[in-house]
Every structure is written in C-alpha cells, then in structure tokens.
Design a protein around this ligand. Structure first.
Ligand SMILES: Nc1ncnc2c1ncn2[C@@H]1O[C@H](COP(=O)(O)OP(=O)(O)O)[C@@H](O)[C@H]1O
Ligand SMILES: [Mg+2]
Length: 401
C-alpha cells in the first residue's frame, strides 16, 4: 500500500520543519511506521528534533520515529554525474572557467528536485505507513514536477531514436559544431530524470494517499504567497488537505505591547479562513520558547491536531479547477457552504475577490488569467463557476440570483 504522504511547504522560517517533525512524532506515537524526511537544502530537522539526523533513515526518538535529511549532493552524484561531466567539459572547452562551469552544470533548483525524487525509493520500499516531508519553500520544485507531459513527450518521441541519432551525429558534431556528443551515460541520466519526474508526478497526484499542507504565519505577505502556491497546487491537480497557521499570538498578550499585533493577526486569520475554505485551518500559538526537542514538538502537535487525526486526509477534493480555452477560461471554486445569493466578483491585478452571501474570498489568479476578465458566474452544486474572456470591460460582475 502506498504510504500516506504529507508534504509541508511554505515560506522560509514559518515553521515547516517544526510542524513536520511534530506531525511525524504524533503519527509514530500512534503506532504508525513513520519517516520524517527533509528535502529542504536548509536542513534543520536535527535542530528541531534535538538529535542528529543523517542522510539515511535512522531512529530519531523514543517512539520508533525515523528521520532522514536527504543529501542533495549525493543525489546529484547518483543521478546527474554524467551530465555534469559532459556539460562541464563542454563549457570549459568554450572558455568558461572551471568553477563557473561547475555552477552552470546544475541548474537552480536541480539539487532540490533530486532530493524530492529520492522519495520515490521510500514509496516503493513498503517500509513506511506514513512519510512526512519537510519541503523547501513554496513549491518551486513541485512546479517543476507539474510538467510531466513535456517529459513524457521527450521519452516517447525522442528517446527511441537516441542511439541512431548519436551514432549518426557524433562525427558531424565533433567536426562542425566543435562539441562532443553526449555519451550513452549522459543520455541514461537524462532518461532516468525524465522517468523519475513522471513517476513522482504520479505519486503526488495520488490524492487518496498524498497531500500537501501549506504552512504560514498570520502575516499578510506570508499569506499572499501561500495563496499563490495554493492556486498552483490546485491547478496541477495536487491536493492540499489543510493549511497550518503557526505562531498565532495567544489571548494572554491582548493587553500587552503585542495587543495591536494580535488584533491584526486575528483579522489575517479571517482572511486565511476565507481564502482556503473549505480546508481545515490548523492553528498553533506563538510559544514562549523555540520548538526544539520532543516536549515542545508534542505541545505543537497537540495544538495542531486537537480536533484531527494527524495522518488523516483532512480534505478530499481539489478546491479550484481551471479550464483554459482560446482567449477564455473557466475557474471552478468549491464553495460548499455558500447558499444561493448574489455573487460579486472583482479583479484587482492578480487578485480575484469573490463575494458570496456577504462572505469574502480572495484568490490569487495564475498568470494565464492575467489578460482575461471575469464575465460571468454561476453558483451550482456547491461550486462557483466563473467564466473569463479577453473582453476589455470593467472587471466587475454582479450576478443576481
Ligand atoms: N509556534 C511557535 N512558537 C515559537 N517558536 C516557533 C514556533 N514554530 C516555530 N518556531 C521556531 O521558529 C524557528 C523557525 O521554525 P522552522 O520550523 O525551522 O521554520 P521553517 O522550517 O519553515 O524554516 C525555529 O527556531 C522554531 O523553533
Ligand atoms: Mg525548515
């Protein structure tokens, strides 16, 4: 059975590592064979757990929990060494100095991508009931995984020809282009990457077992970024089953220096509830201490999973779906609690503000919709369907019901 896999992502410093470790401890305590694994190059699982975490799964606590910090460098060497050598040589031949060449053979985000791809082995091993992943900030890598169709095209169209092309083109390339053709080892690395991308994409789209949770703080900039990521994840078909708002000032600070700040946070919490509805919003307070070690992690888990089982799929359907046509688009938003009523839409830059029944919801639109304007909306079967067209009209629609 596919392990239940929970990926935590969000801006740097919001508490991903703490929340991932806390979730994993709670799962392990409930008797599940649990692995907490970090693919963020800024590893801090060791710090959070208060014990050493190595490059391979090893026990990291008293309750059977295992932890691993995937070593990007090792993954790169395992999967990309031939390409690096080939490309490096090529660049050096063309006058790029060695150090710069080494930098250039690893595109940004590549190391992190390979770290994430390492999860595939854990998925296939059968060793785990639950895998909790502490991801790098804000789903950049997940975005890379969202284009398996391109990868698949290469695999199907280009690779069957690869040997013939290589054999035929090698002397030509040497003589005319002044570049060495990639060796079979290079092609094998590229083929491996493509296959892994496709497999990982399939894993991530297994919405019965694999979900993402966005971690944020109740600050406007952090929330905006989480909303953007949320839109992307939905559009790629990756399921978010909850959002986490960490570091909420407790009531105890109401009359202190932080009182006004707390009030602002409460407003932002409302924004979060509106933007991510109907997903559950798991909240944790700003503790008086850093979240380090078993006791603090368990306090954090207690706050987060007060009402929920940590490994449950807390929400089962995609919240936004986008269909793109020629100069048109249709966006479907789940609004299960909206009753019949008037719907109004207002687009300001990349934000779409939807008002239904006096409830306000803000959505970050993907760039594909930037040139389009909403021109109609209907509320049906617990979903709001908004149509967009290229018409240059006032971006304001009122649909009376
Ligand atoms: N609810 C909280 N209360 C107090 N400190 C927290 C809380 N959550 C996280 N921290 C602390 O904030 C810092 C950053 O958290 P971390 O989980 O490493 O964030 P990220 O992985 O998103 O970069 C750590 O020192 C952590 O102990
Ligand atoms: Mg971290």
């Amino acid at each position: 059975m596919t392990p239940r896999t929970i990926l935590y992502t969000g801006k740097g410093g919001v508490g991903k590592t703490s929340v991932a470790a806390a979730t994993a401890r709670r799962c392990a305590a409930a008797g599940m064979r649990t692995l907490v694994v970090s693919t963020d190059p800024a590893h801090s699982l060791s710090d959070a757990l208060g014990v050493a975490v190595s490059g391979d799964p090893t026990p990291v606590g008293d309750n059977g929990l295992q932890g691993q910090q995937i070593q990007a460098q090792e993954e790169m060497e395992r999967n990309w060494a031939a390409v690096q050598d080939w490309l490096g040589e090529l660049l050096i031949e063309h006058g790029v100095n060695r150090i710069t060449a080494e930098e250039l053979t690893v595109p940004p985000g590549m190391d992190e991508l390979f770290s994430l791809l390492a999860l595939k082995r854990h998925h296939e091993s059968g060793d785990w009931d639950v895998i909790v992943v502490d991801c790098a900030p804000t789903g950049e890598t997940l975005r890379l995984l969202a284009f398996p169709d391109v990868a698949r095209w290469w695999l199907e169209k280009v690779f069957p020809w690869e040997n013939q092309i290589l054999a035929a083109a090698a002397p030509f390339a040497r003589a005319v282009l002044d570049m060495p053709m990639p060796s079979p080892a290079v092609m094998a690395d590229v083929r491996g990457l493509v296959e892994n991308l496709i497999a990982m994409h399939e894993i991530l789209r297994n919405r019965e077992r694999v979900t993402l949770r966005l971690v944020m703080n109740p600050d406007r900039m952090v929330i905006d970024e989480a909303m953007r990521t949320f839109t992307y994840l939905n559009l790629y078909g990756y399921l978010c089953d909850a959002v986490v708002v960490n570091r909420v000032f407790p009531e105890a600070v109401a009359d202190s220096y932080f009182g006004a700040w707390r009030e602002r946070q409460q407003e932002h919490l409302e924004l979060v509830r509106g933007a991510f509805e109907p997903l559950p919003v798991l909240c944790a307070p700003y503790f008086e201490n850093e979240v380090v070690g078993a006791t603090m992690l368990d306090r954090l888990a207690e706050a987060l999973f007060d009402d929920h089982a940590p490994a449950a799929v807390l929400h089962t359907t995609l919240t936004q779906e986008l269909e793109l046509g020629e100069g048109t688009a249709r966006l479907r938003l789940a609004l299960p609690f909206a009753r019949k009523g008037s719907v109004s839409l207002k687009q300001i830059g990349e934000e779409l503000i939807v008002r239904v029944d006096g409830q306000k919801r803000t959505i970050m639109l993907p760039p594909a919709l930037r040139e389009l304007r909403p021109d109609g909306a209907k509320l049906e079967d617990g979903a709001l369907e908004i149509s967009f067209s290229a018409a240059e009209r006032e971006a304001l629609v009122d649909v009376a019901r």
